[in-house]
Design a protein around this ligand. Structure first.
Ligand SMILES: N[C@@H](CCC(=O)N[C@@H](CS)C(=O)NCC(=O)O)C(=O)O
Length: 201
């Protein structure tokens, strides 16, 4: 399998962390790609030109990250990263949705700051997205206990989202008023899957 990805992309990191956690990492060849460049090879596989995109042995290409995770979780015999039944099934998907939402807001802020011409920047839009991130972090702080002692797609997604906020310094000191979440993240970040996939500083 071939994974087109970017080290700076949190959605890509979700996949590489999951590959490490499931032992599938050696079954996948990684290739750097930047969706913004619309590279031919990526666009042929994924008309949205986004990473991650996973090309299977039979030539089919999978995107987006949630679909890739669902597929990969059926390709190994270890503990399921998405429990197929029970209460945790929904919780894992909900955690992923919240974390993906945080990444989405953070990316929009980053684009506004880094890509949009200065004269066209929209401060209210940035503030709106920042408030959404702050509220989501508060929700995670309230529910940190539910993340504890779990390694699954939900906790992977939350940890990757927090790592992305840190790597881009998008919300300042989020830890100050969220000690439980900060401590959970510090411990989770020590996992070999997390250290092996840390984004560029
Ligand atoms: N919902 C998608 C989001 C993927 C995404 O937005 N990837 C970014 C990099 S983090 C990208 O490739 N952006 C290029 C573009 O939007 O042109 C997923 O979960 O895979």
């Amino acid at each position: 399998m071939l994974l087109r990805h970017s080290h700076a992309s949190p959605y890509s990191r979700k996949i590489t962390v999951l590959l490490h956690e499931t032992g599938l990492i050696d079954d996948v060849r990684l290739e750097d790609a930047d969706g913004w460049d619309e590279p031919d090879a990526l666009v042929r596989e994924n008309p949205l030109s986004t990473v991650p995109t996973l090309t299977l042995h039979d030539g089919r290409a999978l995107f987006d990250s949630a679909v890739i995770c669902e597929y990969l979780d059926r390709q190994h015999a270890g503990r399921a990263m998405i429990p197929k039944t029970g209460e945790l099934h929904c919780q894992v998907l909900l955690d992923q949705a919240l974390a993906d939402g945080i990444m989405g807001c953070a990316e929009l802020i980053a684009m506004e700051r880094e890509k949009r011409p200065e004269a066209l920047r929209w401060d209210e839009w940035v503030a709106l997205k920042q408030r959404a991130i702050e509220r989501s972090l508060d929700r995670l702080e309230q529910n940190t206990e539910a993340l504890t002692d779990r390694v699954d797609l939900g906790t992977i997604s939350v940890a990757v989202a927090l790592g992305y906020l840190d790597s881009r310094n998008l919300v300042g000191d989020w830890r100050g008023s969220r000690p439980a979440l900060a401590s959970w993240f510090a411990e989770y970040s020590q996992r070999p899957s997390m250290t092996a996939t840390a984004p560029p500083a």
